[in-house]
Write a protein that binds this ligand. Sequence first.
Ligand code: UD1
Ligand code: MG
Length: 447
Amino acid sequence: MTRRAAIILAAGQGTRMKSPLPKVLHPVGHRAMLDHAIDAAEALGCERIVVVVGNHSPEVRAHVVKRLGEAAIAVQDPPLGTGHAVRAAEGALADFDGQVVITYGDVPLLKAADIEPVFGPGAGVTVIGFEAREPGAYGRLVIEGEALTAITEAKEASAEVLAITACNSGVMAAPSGLLFRLLAEVTNENAKGEYYLTDVVELARRAGEPTRAVFASEDAVMGVNAQAELAQAEALFQKVQRETFLAAGVTMPAPETVHFSWDTEIGAGTTVDPFVVFGPGAKIAGGARIRSFSHIEGAAIASGAEVGPYARLRPGADLAEGVKIGNFVEVKNVRMEAGAKANHLSYLGDGSVGAGANIGAGTIFCNYDGFFKHRTTVGEGAFVGSNSALVAPVTIGAGAMVGSGSVITSDVAPGDLALGRGVQRAKTGWAARFMDTMRAKKAAKGK
Ligand code: UD1
Ligand code: MG
């Protein structure tokens, strides 16, 4: 395979988003749009990835440096057009010889499989086109036979060319040497006074290099410029996720109400009931059940486990086979061993619960002292009575019991019963005497 590199353009201001967050850092499926673009480049086997950023968004630069390192940054400032943006990456690829593909930080749905055809046979310049429902301001692909003869920007196009519905997605590939040689010839003598990347096509033709278009779906190449388009991209992303999970054997009676992340994993034979939200990092094995209104993030759920309705699993929740987490139970950074249960109204944070242990309604792992977090360990087969506060660090031994309403501040040995609450007293007949007196008083007043 020829060596591959990617240049991802992300120097636009994104002003139409009207958001303090730079456009390309807005998420689709809980992942920054820019990361989707980088994912696609990596999946294509690009050994070098250069992201073209502007000086106006240090957050974008920091994001790229964190993921790919300083070498992946090229700065374009000021932005003078797409051709100018690609030239900004020339220095970063000075020692690279191979195919270069140009993609965009605001085109989040484009997958490696959609881009792959640009690396097809032959040299020259290849662009990804699409059939536009409304061609509007897109560049038009002028195609003659097999060849792409020009890309004409809408502002420069004749009525005849404007009638063309085959449009430019913006994605283009060419051998590195050819690409930068042609870009050096691009001028800004056009309607926008910009250096158009698209001019490379005609320049290649003139140099006798082959030029062609391959096609992708309009949905796959959609760009995001405003919040409404971000929401639309999210909807398309969710649709693909739903279809993927249904095809993989996940049962979902109301799939349109389930919200997935880019990295959600769900095994065949799991049922996901209506209105479940998966944040990032959810890994659900096959044969589990996630009931309605649960929110699951950074959590692992094994086969036979049942979660919800109305459960919240936060990062580090790790549920073994057959675990049950019921309504209004929050679990964070806790391993629950096989068959353990917490069925109602609890907070379990930072600890572990042994196999078959039962956590009663309203139990709280008091994990935070205002400064540090501490762990709670509940042993195998232990029984924690309702409304208990387990003040960490603390261990409840295997097979031990905690009486309801206890505040447990020291360890409980295996097999013991711990009671940490006021002792119950009985006053024989007191209530009956009290009520008689009060009834008599009330009757006297009423007269
Ligand atoms: C471009 C194409 C057009 C295509 C359309 C698809 C050119 C000349 N035209 O038009 O044929 O149909 O995209 O959406 O290429 N960018 C920079 N630096 C710049 C200018 C742009 O990084 O100086 C980035 C932007 O952030 C954006 C992308 O490049 O992500 C496209 O730029 P934009 O100005 O939207 O190009 P269009 O005029 O839409
Ligand atoms: Mg645009």
